[in-house]
Design a binder for this molecule. Structure first.
Ligand code: C2E
Ligand code: MG
Ligand code: MG
Length: 636
């Protein structure tokens, strides 16, 4: 542009200037030549000046270009390096990395992922939950992805991935959501850890915890879990507990190996019971959990007892068994695990109380009875220590003359902790728990103490004191020693003491019983057979035993009504047979005059019952004796 302006000005102005100033045409031509040279020179100088100016700029630009280029090269190298590094990290990572779009399509995966699952680039663009997750888990994973799509919150997950060769892996995923700005979308990056072996170990441990090792049935722990699930969902169910009757005998007779095989065999049969899950609750106790209406209880119980009753050959033996079953219903019989299990055990207890091969449903009244019994057994020892027991004395009289001959010592518990229970039930319970041993000792000691304290009046009245001896006391090792030591210590003549022993005590071991009875008789104690007729009612063995008296049980006397019947004949027969063996008879529980009159007619010597006297406390017994002595003295 400068050159054009300069050139135009030169052309337009220089010729006019030369024409004005040139003196001649020759000079003008001359000057024109010089002007031409000057133009060449000046334009050359101008071109030179302008181009050198440009050159400097070009050089500067070149320099800038070179430095920018090398910076670009460096950045490119850095980027390449970083890309390489990222790829290295991505591929050398021990984690299984899966990059996927939130719609579930695979974008990329690392080398470890391909190595473990066998899948490579061929799955890019595929929906991974549909391709890699087993059908049983697809739904769960799909709903997790849906949640992720809505909340954009990456949760950690765990699921099964099926590899290309069909092998299943348990993978724990740590998920991250990142922005993909180039494609304007969010993508998920999942870092997985293969926890298959840990889960297998967990499963093995679970198997040990939740399965019974002998029978492969559910364990007690698994029963607890399943029962709690039913309770949580408030689903009605029945829980049955079955105990094999006397399973100990199977182990003892055939050996534990056969016993175990038997349990395995019946367990296999239990597994086939419909609509129920079976668990081994303890050694020979099984539990069945059934979400069935209660009306099916009887049918189900029959099936279980049928399985037990079936004959099974195990090695060279043929085995079958019976059992008792208790049934407890939810929600009627309890709302929580603890109560239901407690009531389930009580229902079994109830079934067992009826004998073998029985079943029963849980019953609140039975539970109360058991609770009462527990309260009694828990209080017996403290009652003895704190002097809460007392003794009563019931006269035994001559049936004909009504004269008192003896007194039977009867235990009393005035402030009994369970008001509805009477002493007969306490004694029966104490016999079950073994506490009768301490009760009997206490009664023996206190009876002897009573005789010692009132020796004068007792000797004058010349009466016998009859003490009840339980079967357990009778068979205890130091029974005779204790009795004689007590008699010595309290200076009591054994002749004043009669021991009432039941048939049940003798039958256990007749030979041993005879030996003990002979020893007692030898020492001087009188012997009375109590409650005759309630057990074996055999007069035959009585011949061999040194009894002085036979007490006909109250249940026979109750049958003596005003009109004669079979009972009259039986009682008469017993009285005559006893007489023939020189044994006296006492009729227990005479309440009516017509009973006394009949007994008198058949020459039964003695009687005991409310007709003459109820059991009396110590003070009343002594005043009765005094009156008796006074009237004797008066008549003398
Ligand atoms: P048992 O030895 O047959 O005692 C007689 C039971 O019949 C007593 O009941 C007595 O109160 C009751 N009795 C007597 N006459 C009549 C009557 O006319 N009507 C009615 N309804 N009952 C009558 P108790 O005192 O309740 O004793 C029950 C059982 O408890 C006794 O039967 C005995 O087996 C046992 N027992 C009582 N005291 C002792 C004791 O100190 N030691 C042991 N081992 N057992 C005892
Ligand atoms: Mg008695
Ligand atoms: Mg009796």
């Amino acid at each position: 542009m400068i050159y054009i302006v300069f050139g135009l000005l030169w052309i337009l102005l220089t010729d006019k200037v030369l024409l004005t100033f040139a003196p001649s045409v020759t000079a003008y031509i001359h000057l024109e030549t010089i002007k031409g040279f000057t133009f060449v020179f000046l334009s050359a100088a101008l071109i030179h000046g302008l181009s050198s100016l440009n050159n400097r700029r070009i050089k500067r630009l070149h320099k800038e270009l070179v430095s920018n280029y090398s910076a670009l090269i460096n950045t490119h190298r850095d980027l390449n390096h970083q890309k390489h590094l990222v790829e290295e990290i991505f591929n050398s990572s021990n984690s299984l990395i899966l990059v996927w779009s939130l719609s579930g399509e695979v974008i990329n995966m690392n080398r470890r992922f391909s190595e473990v699952f066998g899948y490579g680039d061929e799955i890019i663009g595929e929906n991974w939950p549909a391709l890699l997750v087993p059908a049983s888990e697809t739904h769960r994973i799909q709903s997790l992805i849906n949640e992720l799509r809505v909340n954009h919150e990456a949760l950690d997950t765990e699921n099964i991935i099926v590899g290309k060769n069909g092998r299943e892996f348990t993978i724990q995923w740590n998920n991250a959501i990142i922005d993909d700005p180039f494609n304007e979308r969010l993508i998920a990056v999942s870092f997985g850890t293969d926890i298959t072996s840990e889960r297998e170990k967990d499963q093995a441990i679970d198997k040990l915890i939740f399965n019974d090792t002998l029978t492969s049935l559910g364990s007690r722990q698994s029963f607890e879990n399943d029962l709690n699930k039913f309770i949580e969902y408030n689903m009605p169910f029945t829980v049955y507990i079955m105990g094999i009757d006397n399973f100990r005998a199977i182990n003892e007779i055939y050996g534990h190996k056969i016993g175990d095989s038997y349990l395995q065999r019946i367990s296999n049969a239990f597994l086939k019971l419909p609509n129920c899950k079976t668990y081994r609750f303890s050694g020979d106790e099984f539990v069945f959990l059934q979400g069935e209406p209660t009306s099916n209880t009887g049918i189900f119980v029959d099936r279980v007892l049928g399985i037990l009753g079936k004959k099974r050959r195990i090695e060279k033996f043929v085995l079958s068994a019976t059992g008792c079953i208790g049934a407890t219903h939810f929600p009627e019989h309890g709302h929580d695990f603890e109560t239901l299990v407690q009531n389930m055990t009580i229902s079994l207890e109830r079934a067992k109380s009826s004998g073998k091969n029985q079943w029963a449903e849980f019953d609140f009244a039975f539970k109360e009875q058991l609770t009462n019994q527990k309260c009694i057994t828990d209080s017996i020892e403290t009652a003895i220590e704190s002097g809460s027991f007392t003794l009563n004395f019931q006269p035994i009289f001559r049936v004909h003359s009504r004269d008192i001959e003896k007194f039977e010592v009867l235990l009393r518990w005035p402030n009994i902790p369970v008001k509805s229970m009477h002493i007969g039930q306490v004694i029966a319970l104490a016999e079950k728990t073994g506490q009768i041993l301490i009760i009997d000792r206490w009664v023996i000691k206190k009876s002897f103490e009573f005789l010692n304290q009132n020796r004068k009046i007792w000797a004058a009245a010349d009466k016998v004191l009859s003490i009840n001896i339980s079967a357990q006391t009778f068979h205890s090792d130091d029974f005779i020693d204790y009795l004689t030591e007590c008699a010595d210590f309290h200076d009591v003549d054994p002749k004043c003491i009669e021991l009432e022993i039941t048939e049940y005590s003798l039958i256990r071991d007749l030979k041993y019983s005879k030996k003990i009875l002979d020893q007692l008789k030898g020492i001087g104690f009188k012997l009375s057979l109590d409650d005759f007729g309630t057990e074996y009612s055999s007069l035959n063995y009585l011949r061999q035993l040194p009894f002085d008296t036979l007490k006909i049980d109250k249940s026979y006397i109750d049958d003596i009504t005003e009109s004669k019947g079979v009972s009259h004949v039986i009682i008469e027969h017993v009285v005559h047979m006893a007489k023939a063996m020189s044994i006296n008879t006492v009729a227990e529980g005479i309440e009516h005059e017509y009973q006394r009159a009949f007994l008198d007619d058949i020459h039964c010597e003695f009687g005991q019952g409310y007709l003459i006297s109820r059991p009396l406390n110590g003070v009343d017994t002594l005043s009765l004796l005094k009156t008796h002595l006074e009237s004797r003295q008066a008549s003398a």
